[in-house]
Design a protein around this ligand. Structure first.
Ligand SMILES: CC(=O)N[C@H](C=O)[C@@H](O)[C@H](O)[C@H](O)CO
Ligand SMILES: CC(=O)C(=O)O
Length: 310
C-alpha cells in the first residue's frame, strides 16, 4: 500500500504554468451560484490556464459551509471535463472537516489537495503542523498534498523547508507547498531541497517574476483569472531569458494589483473585476462588504485609465 503510494507520487505529473484561484460565484441573496461555474469553466479553458485552485482564499472558503465547498468542487470537476487540473483547497481550522473535504475531493475526482494552516489555535511547531495535516492528507491517499503557506493571513510562519523535510516522513503524498509569502530565500531553499524533490507553487501574482527566477515553474493566483495573458507572457519571457520583457509585463500586473488593493484587495476587488469581464461572480460574503454602483463606476474608470479592456 505505502509502496504503491510512493511509486505513484514519484511518477506524478508536476503542476506547470498558471493555476487560477477561483472566485466563488454568488447570487444577490448571498447563496452560491453553482450555475455560473459552467460558464466560468469554459472561460478558463479558453484562456489556456492550466488549472484551478478551488475554494482557497479567493474562493472565500472560510465563509462557506463544508457542504457548499463540496458542491462547488464537484461542480468544477464536472464542468472542467478533464480540460484542466483541479486542486481542491480542503484546509480548515477544524481537522475533521478538512478530512471530510479531502476524502470528498478524492472521491469526486480532483487532481490534488492543498490545505492552509489552522489559524485560530495555531500550531506552535513544525511537528504540530505535520500532525495536523497527516490525517487530512491520508483522507485523500491517492492525491498529491500541498501545504498552503500564507503567513500574512494565518499568522503561522513556521519554516516551510523544515515542514517539507519532516512532513515527508509522515505524509507520503506530500508534493510540495503553495508558497504565498515574500520570503524568497526560504522559497529558494524549498526549491533546492533534495535536488528539487518538492514542487513550490508561487503565490503572490505581483512578484511572479521573482518566483520564476528562483526556479518555480507554476503559480497559483487570483489575478490569473482576468489577466492570464500577462502572466503567460511573463512565463514565456523568463523561459526565453528575456528578463526585460518579463519585467514590463510584471509591471503591467502591478498596475492591476494596485487597483484591486484600492478596492479592498484580491478577493473583493478581484470579484468586481470578474463581474466586469463577464463572469457573474456577484458580491463577497460578509464580512466583506458588497460593491456599490458608484464603486463599479470608479473601478471601471481606473481600469480604463490603464487600458485594461484593450
Ligand atoms: C490573498 C490572496 O488572495 N492571495 C493570492 C494567492 O496567493 C494572490 O493571487 C493575490 O490575490 C494577488 O497576488 C494579489 O495580491
Ligand atoms: C490565490 C490563492 O492561492 C487563493 O485564493 O487561495
Amino acid at each position: 500500500m505505502l509502496l504503491t503510494i510512493l511509486r505513484k507520487m514519484k511518477n506524478r505529473e508536476r503542476l506547470k504554468g498558471l493555476i487560477a484561484a477561483t472566485f466563488t460565484p454568488m447570487l444577490a441573496n448571498g447563496e452560491v451560484n453553482y450555475d455560473e461555474i459552467g460558464n466560468y469553466a469554459r472561460y478558463i479553458e479558453k484562456t489556456g490556464i492550466n488549472g484551478v485552485f478551488v475554494c482557497g482564499t479567493t474562493g472565500e472558503s472560510t465563509s462557506l459551509t463544508t457542504s457548499e465547498r463540496k458542491q462547488i468542487l464537484s461542480t468544477w470537476v464536472k464542468e472542467a471535463k478533464g480540460a484542466f487540473k483541479i486542486i481542491a483547497h480542503v484546509g480548515s481550522n477544524c481537522q475533521h472537516e478538512a478530512m471530510e473535504l479531502a476524502s470528498h475531493a478524492q472521491t469526486c475526482g480532483a487532481d490534488g489537495i492543498a490545505a492552509i494552516a489552522p489559524s485560530f489555535f495555531k500550531p506552535a511547531t513544525v511537528t504540530d503542523l505535520v500532525q495536523f495535516f497527516k490525517p487530512i492528507a491520508a483522507s485523500a491517499s491517492n492525491l498529491p498534498f500541498y501545504y498552503y503557506n500564507m503567513p500574512a493571513m494565518t499568522g503561522v510562519n513556521l519554516a516551510v523547508d523544515q515542514f517539507l523535510l519532516e512532513g515527508k516522513k509522515h505524509i507520503p503524498t506530500l508534493a510540495g507547498t503553495k508558497f504565498t509569502h515574500n520570503n524568497l530565500m526560504e522559497m529558494g531553499v524549498c526549491l533546492a531541497l533534495n535536488n528539487g524533490e518538492f514542487e513550490v507553487l508561487h503565490g503572490y501574482d505581483e512578484i511572479l517574476i521573482t518566483g520564476l527566477a528562483m526556479g518555480a515553474v507554476a503559480g497559483v493566483g487570483s489575478t490569473y483569472n482576468y489577466i492570464p495573458s500577462v502572466y503567460q507572457g511573463i512565463i514565456e519571457a523568463m523561459q526565453n531569458n528575456d528578463v526585460e520583457k518579463a519585467r514590463i509585463l510584471q509591471m503591467r500586473s502591478i498596475q492591476v494589483v494596485e487597483i484591486i488593493i484600492k478596492y479592498g484587495g484580491g478577493v473583493r476587488g478581484g470579484k468586481a473585476i470578474m463581474n466586469l469581464t463577464g463572469i457573474k461572480c456577484g458580491d463577497c460574503r460578509p464580512p466583506i462588504s458588497p460593491f456599490s454602483e458608484e464603486e463599479y463606476a470608479m473601478l471601471t474608470n481606473d481600469l480604463n485609465n490603464i487600458h485594461f479592456f484593450k
